[in-house]
Structures are given as structure tokens and as C-alpha cells.
Design a protein around this ligand. Structure first.
Ligand code: CTP
Length: 408
């Protein structure tokens, strides 16, 4: 039986050529047993008629805030609460921009803002629009907000140019929706603690030693676990966007020492501990209360002392049934160094991202990882969005825990 059976799905359709594929998508969702409410933007009606969609869904299509002749109000709040899943397919550049920035000038975007459950977008547009910095920025913002991006495929586009921008095929979107429901509860009752982002080590009241970590990978992991039913404690260094989900408790810290203190408390009772933070290995030995002045100081030396190794501390206190996962960022002898860290820090798994790979590591929205598990073979994954990587990592953690349980 499909995991879509009986699920409430809002299908948002926006104004692009690919809107014709939405009819097929709708048909497939209905065939799988889902109840689907279509919400269209006004522009979408230029590409596909509401008559087709209401006939296929068995429900009147919603497009405006009011029905013109009766004045009946369509509640986006009710729709948002009703939905177990919202899929926006096709999602145009304009709608992605509105969703990312909360520009609620139509029924579809207001419904998105009211949606409490998972949201997926399947972008479709011309290749240059898809590659443009503003589209990439909006997709990155949406991914940080927990929206699942079903990346566009390569192929011939409406402009007859060939490139990346074709909406994913309806079958793939249905598969992603089924996957979402089948695993949406697979972490129910599981407690996760995770360190995220950089740490800042104070030099004086205006300066610090930090690093390029954005916290995106850790936040994606926190959201992925929460959406799969886990209770998450996220210990976050100074990141720009914190993971926002009712099941994520955020603890804000700044330095490695603060992060370590929090981690030792919060990893204690967790089932899964993930060390995704880029912790500064050293901090200034002294902190100057006053701003260090340039005048009269020709040269300066800051003496650094070692910070605690949070992963090793947590690893040394690991209890039966706990799974501790670290990250490794390497430039040389990547696999060998990752495996050494796995052992040295008493971890169960380590996720290696190699700085040698384009699109992997700091300040990107994508990542390419290899996962090393104790007693298992390394598993290498292709370049993917950080949200997709988070899903692969969580799948691997759950697989590892299942194996541990079987082995007793
Ligand atoms: N880590 C940590 N505390 C530290 C340093 C690292 O918890 N003070 C964690 C990271 O969150 C990551 C793992 O340890 O999960 C490996 O981090 P990495 O920076 O790759 O390794 P280091 O131990 O710092 O070793 P090196 O910098 O020499 O490669």
C-alpha cells in the first residue's frame, strides 16, 4: 500500500509551461490514494485550466482569496493546517522568490506561509533563470527554512535551449512524496543532540578568531531529524540562520568552551549525538577587556591555547545504545585521516567532506560526502544539496543503529 493513502496534499501550481505536467502529477497522487487540494496562482490558469484540475482532484480549485460572486472567503490558514504535505510543482522563479521572502500576495504563498507540515518545491524555468544568483539564493533560503527542493533536471526547455531547468518528472515527485511519508515517523521517540556552526574565540570586545562555517549542514541535519519525528537539541555557534522547527530546541553559544559545556550536558541523555560544528581548536590565552589599540603597536603576537575536543569528550563518555557521529574536513589523505579520527574520538560514524571537491565544504549549499562507519565499508555519495545529504546521513545512521541492535 502506498504511504500516500489517505494523506492530505496541497498541490500548488504556478505559471510555467511545465504546469501541464501537474495534471499528470495530480492524477498519480490521486491514484495512490491521496486527497489533493489544488491551489493555483492566477498566472497558472494561463497554462492549464482549473476545470481539468478540479475534475481530476474531485475538488474545486482554489486560486483567489474570495469567490467573486458569493464573497466566500477561502481560508489559507485552514488549508495550511489541513495539509500533511504541500508540493509546489512547477515552482517558478517568481514564486520561489515570494516564498523565500514571505511576499504573500496570492493564495498559494499565503497557504505556504500557513503550512505546518512538510513542503516540497519542484522548480521549472529557463536554464539562465535557474542558474541566476537570485534563484540560487532563494532556493538556499528555502532549503534552510526546511523546504525540500526537488532539483530541476537537464533537458530541452520551453525556449528550445538545452540545460538544467526542466521540472522533475511527476513520477519522481510522487516517489519523493512517498519517501517522505514512509520515513516521516522513523525517528519518533529518538533524542538527537547536535553541535552546529563555527565557534568564535574572543580576542577583545570587537575581535575574535572564527572560521568560515555557515552551519548549513548542521541545521539541515537538525531539521531532517525533527521532520522524521526526533526530538532535537541544537547547540549552535554564531550562525546566520538557526534551525526552526517545533521539535528543535536551540541553545545559542559562542565559544568552544561554552559549546563543550552545553554538549556535555545535552549529549548525556541523547540516543544520537552529531558533532557538525567547526570548533576552533585554539583560543587566545588572554582576553583583553579593552579594545587593543593600533597606535603604538607595531607588531603583535596572540598566544593561543588548546580548546577542548568536544567530540573526543563526548566519545569517551559514550553509553550503551548511543550513536555518536562526527565530521571530518580534510585536505590531504582524506580517507586515512577520517578513519583515524573515528578511532581516536571513539565515534561510531564519521562523515568526510573533502575540500578538494568543488561544491563541498564551507559556504556552499551543496556537499559531497563519504560516510565511514565502525565495522562497515565507506559509502560514497555524489554532490547533492545539503538537505539531501542530511537525509542520506540520517538514513546511514538509522541503518547503522539497526545493525547494532541485530548484533546485540
Ligand atoms: N571537533 C570537536 N571539538 C574540537 C574539534 C573538532 O568536537 N575542538 C569535532 C568536529 O565537530 C568534527 C570532528 O571533531 O565532528 C572532527 O573535526 P576536525 O576539525 O576535522 O578535526 P580535528 O580533531 O580538529 O583535527 P584537525 O583539525 O587536526 O584535522
Amino acid at each position: 500500500m502506498s504511504s500516500l493513502k489517505g494523506k492530505h496534499i496541497v498541490l500548488g501550481i504556478t505559471g510555467g509551461i511545465a504546469a501541464y505536467k501537474s495534471a499528470v502529477l495530480l492524477r498519480l497522487l490521486i491514484k495512490k490514494g491521496a486527497e489533493v487540494q489544488v491551489v493555483m496562482t492566477p498566472a497558472a490558469k494561463e497554462f492549464i485550466t482549473p476545470v481539468t484540475l478540479s475534475a481530476l482532484s474531485g475538488k474545486p480549485v482554489v486560486s483567489e482569496f474570495f469567490t467573486a460572486n458569493t464573497g466566500e472567503w477561502h481560508s489559507h490558514v485552514d488549508l495550511g493546517l489541513w495539509a500533511d504535505l504541500m508540493i509546489v510543482a512547477p515552482a517558478t522563479a517568481s514564486t520561489l522568490g515570494k516564498m523565500a521572502n514571505g511576499i504573500a500576495d496570492n493564495m498559494l504563498v499565503t497557504t505556504y506561509l500557513s503550512a505546518k507540515e512538510h513542503v516540497m518545491v519542484a522548480p521549472a524555468m529557463d536554464l539562465d533563470m535557474y542558474a541566476s544568483p537570485s534563484t540560487r539564493r532563494n532556493l538556499a533560503t528555502l532549503a534552510c527554512d526546511g523546504v525540500e527542493i526537488i532539483e530541476a533536471a537537464e533537458g530541452e526547455l520551453a525556449s528550445h535551449l538545452v540545460g538544467k531547468g526542466r521540472m522533475a518528472e511527476p513520477e519522481e515527485i510522487v516517489e519523493r512524496a512517498e519517501k517522505f511519508f514512509s520515513r516521516s515517523e522513523d525517528m519518533k521517540g529518538v533524542k538527537v543532540a547536535i553541535t552546529i556552526g563555527p565557534t568564535y574565540e574572543k580576542i577583545d570586545p570587537v575581535r575574535f578568531i572564527g572560521n568560515y562555517s555557515s552551519g548549513k549542514m548542521g541545521s539541515s541535519l537538525a531539521l531532517e531529524c525533527a521532520e522524521r519525528g526526533a526530538e532535537v537539541t541544537a547547540i549552535c555557534g554564531p550562525v546566520s540562520v538557526y534551525p526552526d522547527h517545533p521539535s528543535v530546541r536551540v541553545i545559542k553559544v559562542e565559544s568552544a568552551e561554552e559549546m563543550c559545556k552545553s554538549a556535555l550536558e545535552d549529549f548525556e541523555g541523547c540516543d544520537i549525538g552529531i558533532l557538525a560544528a567547526a570548533v576552533a581548536d585554539y583560543r587566545p590565552e588572554v582576553f583583553s577587556d579593552h579594545k587593543i589599540k593600533r597606535e603604538g603597536t607595531e607588531e603583535m603576537t596572540i598566544r593561543l591555547v588548546k580548546n577542548p575536543d568536544i567530540a573526543a569528550c563526548v566519545g569517551s563518555r559514550k553509553k550503551e545504545g548511543q550513536t555518536i557521529v562526527g565530521f571530518a574536513l580534510e585536505t590531504d589523505d582524506a580517507a586515512l585521516n577520517a578513519e583515524k579520527k573515528l578511532d581516536r574520538k571513539n565515534l561510531d560514524m564519521i562523515v568526510l567532506n573533502s575540500l578538494a571537491d568543488k561544491g563541498a565544504g564551507f559556504r556552499t549549499d551543496t556537499n559531497k560526502v563519504t560516510i565511514f562507519s565502525r565495522g562497515g565499508r565507506p559509502e560514497e555519495f555524489p554532490l547533492k544539496s545539503k538537505r539531501e545529504v542530511a537525509s542520506d546521513i540520517v538514513d546511514a545512521i538509522l541503518k547503522y543503529r539497526d545493525k547494532q541492535k541485530i548484533q546485540g
